[in-house]
Every structure is written in structure tokens, then in C-alpha cells.
Design a protein around this ligand. Structure first.
Ligand SMILES: C[S@@+](CC[C@H](N)C(=O)[O-])C[C@H]1O[C@@H](n2cnc3c(N)ncnc32)[C@H](O)[C@@H]1O
Length: 469
């Protein structure tokens, strides 16, 4: 009997769709679906499978026999090895088409609710260099390409400053140029790498948990301000200060130069003390005259320009006249709440992370907004009867939950208080569709508009207006 997971080779299959976490979709001769990374709909390819399940194969392209007309040349030299930007080989208009289709499919198949005609997906003007935050890791165990492994060349030092190879926690791809964040992002990363290699500073060894340098985080903003945060493992003051002084001198435009010494096994900085070495401990982001103070741990939408578009759509869907009580659920640092405040009587924001709520309050004060109130806590606990009694019944609820969507108790509570309108912003249209189905008895979906916040990836944001039946 043939082994279940036996690899199969298909000489010629056509790629018919894109979706499924960014993978292309083809059909095997037995009708089973094959998921193919880096395949573009319209490609005719030869395929080697490496995983077989009841309804599908996972495979990889061994040869592109006929390239799809939807293909384009990726900008980035790291395409195909680095885990990000997997759709770079598909023309941007086609990326938008498949993003919108995924949203439509999810709302139809999972939501099974009556839908209006979609407002066409809003694309991003910037197809590259749109991110305001990047994090790079140091490693003494650089990812080697097959070419390098096969060659007899001296491979030089094994240090890397870049991104984790997908699925490999201890392998880092050394990044020469990343197309996601505007300069001086690349210039700073390359200068740091050059300086520490020249000076023989130790890159982190993940297996042995040793070394000096762990991560580099860069934040840029629409105001032109720059934050650099270096994370060290060893507490070596002399080396640390020599690197920070080098950066201070070489890049005087850095607004906030900070560091963390973290000797925990994991490299999250959220439970660590961030030390300001030079300049301020924050930078500012600006949107429609509002200022947002961002420190190293603050959450802020990573594509500022598209966040502005997303918020405008959200405000437009809410249709505020100035008399409404608005709830902004999952408010983060209260950006949507402040963005809609001047068109509302009052806005109440709720968010789980207490530091984000502190930022939200500070920003509201900074912006002179006095008709917003913020609460910290788990939504399903906070958003209860007493909360509604204390804050009043909202006319409009804006909700922007994480990928898992809303907790069923939160959906139930929305149905209990039944505001006239609910504007549902989501980064995962599958969980959004599930929640829309739960609300279908009381609410009709009247407007839908997907927004592309992350060109070159399969991710898509979606805004839905629900109106009371
Ligand atoms: C998609 S973000 C929305 C952020 C914000 N609306 C914005 O545009 O910047 C989702 C937010 O929900 C928060 N969150 C996640 N789980 C939560 C929970 N159970 N209760 C309250 N907030 C939660 C996260 O901390 C995060 O800030």
C-alpha cells in the first residue's frame, strides 16, 4: 500500500487562485487542492508535493513552465528567502483583486449574511517603504543560501542582522536592503552592522544564550522623527556606549536613541526597562492635526498613511453628526476614539493593555480633547451592564478587535444594547464573518470596504457597517 505522505510530482498544473495565507492554489489531477508558496494565478508549473492531507497537498514549484501575465519582478533581492512580502512577484492590481476576493468569499461562505455591493478595495499609494516600525535580530548563526552551502568560497563571518527565516527560531537572514521602511532605516541598520563587526562585538547566540547584541528596532514617523532602540544581552557598558555614541554622531537626526539590557531567554521588551540614551524617550506621529506620542512600547498602526485612510472610512461609516455617544472597543492607544471625537458628543474607549490606555489619556490631553474617556481591562469583563449604566447607551459602536475577532460575550452585549450602528474594523475577515453571522438577527450589513494596509503581503483590512434592522 502506498504511504500516505509519499511525495508526488505533477508535471504540469495551472495555478487558479491565490489566498490561503498568501499561497497560490492549484488543482491536482485527482481534484485535490495544492497549496503553493510563491505561485501566481495563471502560472503553469511543475510541482513537487511534500505533505498530503485528506483534502489538499502542500507543495512547491520545481519549475515555472509558463509564467502568469499577472507576474511582476520583485523589487527585493531577499524575495523568496525572507519570510515577508510574499506577493512581490504579483502585480499590485492583482494583489488587490485577490485581497478583495478573499474578503468577499469569507463574508459569503462563513458569514452567510446578506451583503451589499462592496465598495472597491482601497489600495495603498505606496507599494513599498510603507512601514513605520521594523525590528531586526542579531545572530551569530547567519542563514546560508543553498548557493553558499554548495560553493567552495570562504563564507566570511557568520553574523547576521535581519529577519528570522520562517519556522527557524535560530536562523537569521542577513538583510542588505529591506523595502519596507523608508530611509534612514536601511542606512542605520547597515551602519550598526558595519560598526559592530569592525569592533568585534558579539552577535547573539540563541542556542547558548550569550553575546552582546540582540535586536534593533527602528521607528520612523510622518513628522520625520526617528526612534532607535538597541537591545543588548550582555551588560557591557563600554561597548554599549561606544555603539550608541557612534549612532549619535553618525545619525544626528535620531530623535530618540534608547536601549534595553535584557537577559531573559526571550527578546520581548514589554516587561523590560527602556533607557533613554540621547534625545527624547518618544517620537510623535501626526494625523489630521492630532498628535500621538509614541514610546518604544506603544502600539501604533504600522502603515501611517493607510491608517489615516482606514480611520476616514470608519468615521464616514459611523455617519456622526456631533450628537452621538460612541464606544470605541479595542481602542489601542485611542487613535480612532480621538479621530472621531470632534464629530461626536462623547467617545468611550476600552482596551486590555493598561500602558496603551495611559498613552491614550496622555494623547487626548495633548490634543486638547476632553470628550473622550478611556478604560483598561479585558473587553468581556469590562463591557458589562454596570459599564453601560455608568457610561450610557451608545448610539454607535466602533469595534476593531484582534485577529481572533470578538469574544462571544462581547457580541452578545452589543446585541443587548443594540446601538443604531456598529462599524466593525477587522484584520481577519474570517473571524469578522463569524461575528457578522452572530449579529445577523438584529443587524444588516449595509456597507463593506476592504483597505490594503500591507502591499506585497496577503493581509487585508476590512471595514463593515452594520445597521439595526
Ligand atoms: C487591531 S488592534 C486595534 C487598535 C486600535 N483600534 C488602532 O487602530 O490603533 C486590537 C486591540 O485590541 C486589544 N485587545 C486584544 N484583546 C483584548 C481584550 N480581550 N480586551 C480588550 N482589548 C483587547 C489589543 O491590545 C489591541 O490594542
Amino acid at each position: 500500500m502506498a504511504r500516505k505522505n509519499k511525495r508526488q510530482f505533477f508535471e504540469e498544473v495551472e495555478v487558479i487562485d491565490a489566498g490561503a495565507k498568501g499561497k497560490g492554489v492549484a488543482k491536482a489531477p485527482d481534484g485535490r487542492v495544492i497549496f503553493l508558496p510563491y505561485a501566481v494565478p495563471g502560472d503553469v508549473v511543475a510541482v513537487q508535493t511534500f505533505k498530503k492531507r485528506k483534502a489538499y497537498f502542500e507543495g512547491k514549484i520545481t519549475e515555472v513552465l509558463t509564467p502568469s501575465p499577472k507576474r511582476t519582478t520583485p523589487e527585493c533581492e531577499h524575495f523568496g528567502v525572507c519570510g515577508g512580502c510574499k506577493w512581490q512577484n504579483m502585480g499590485y492590481q492583482h494583489q488587490l483583486f485577490y485581497k478583495q476576493r478573499e474578503v468577499e468569499n469569507n463574508l459569503k461562505r462563513i458569514g452567510k449574511v446578506e451583503l451589499p455591493t462592496f465598495i472597491p478595495i482601497l489600495g495603498s499609494e505606496q507599494h513599498y517603504f510603507y512601514r513605520n516600525k521594523m525590528e531586526f535580530s542579531f545572530s551569530n548563526n547567519r542563514w546560508l543560501t543553498q548557493d553558499e552551502i554548495d560553493s567552495d568560497r570562504d563564507l566570511g563571518d557568520k553574523n547576521a542582522l535581519g529577519f528570522h527565516i520562517p519556522g527557524m527560531w535560530d536562523k537569521i537572514l542577513d538583510i542588505k536592503k529591506c523595502h519596507l521602511q523608508e530611509d534612514p532605516s536601511n542606512a542605520i541598520r547597515l551602519a550598526v552592522k558595519h560598526y559592530v563587526v569592525q569592533n568585534g562585538f558579539e552577535f547573539f547566540d540563541t542556542r547558548n544564550q550569550s553575546g552582546l547584541l540582540r535586536t534593533l528596532m527602528l521607528r520612523t514617523s510622518s513628522t520625520g522623527e526617528i526612534m532607535v532602540l538597541l537591545q543588548f544581552f550582555d551588560d557591557d557598558r563600554e561597548k554599549r556606549e561606544s555603539l550608541l555614541d557612534f549612532l549619535k554622531e553618525e545619525f544626528p537626526q535620531i530623535t530618540a536613541l534608547q536601549y534595553v539590557v535584557n537577559q531573559k531567554p526571550n527578546d520581548t521588551i514589554y516587561d523590560q526597562e527602556v533607557v533613554c540614551y540621547a534625545g527624547r524617550d518618544h517620537i510623535f506621529e501626526e494625523m489630521e492635526g492630532l498628535k500621538f506620542k509614541i514610546n518604544a512600547k506603544s502600539f501604533y498602526q504600522t502603515n501611517s498613511k493607510q491608517a489615516y485612510q482606514l480611520y476616514k472610512i470608519t468615521r464616514d461609516f459611523a455617519g456622526l453628526t456631533g450628537n452621538e455617544l460612541v464606544y470605541d472597543l479595542y481602542t489601542g492607544t485611542g487613535t480612532i476614539a480621538q479621530f472621531v471625537a470632534k464629530k461626536a458628543k462623547k467617545v468611550v474607549g476600552v482596551e486590555a493593555v493598561p500602558e496603551a490606555i495611559e498613552d491614550a489619556k496622555a494623547n487626548a490631553q495633548l490634543n486638547g480633547i476632553d470628550n473622550v474617556t478611556f478604560y483598561a481591562g479585558d473587553m468581556k469583563e469590562v463591557f458589562n451592564k454596570d459599564f453601560i449604566n455608568a457610561n450610557g447607551k451608545p448610539d454607535v459602536i466602533i469595534t476593531d478587535p484582534p485577529r481572533d475577532g470578538m469574544h462571544k460575550d462581547v457580541v452578545e452585549q452589543i446585541l443587548n444594547i443594540a446601538p443604531k450602528k456598529v462599524v466593525y474594523v477587522s484584520c481577519n475577515s474570517a473571524t469578522q464573518a463569524r461575528d457578522l453571522a452572530l449579529m445577523d438577527g438584529k443587524y444588516k450589513v449595509t456597507r463593506v470596504q476592504p483597505v490594503d494596509m500591507f502591499p506585497q503581503t496577503h493581509h487585508v483590512e476590512n471595514v463593515v457597517l452594520l445597521e439595526k434592522r
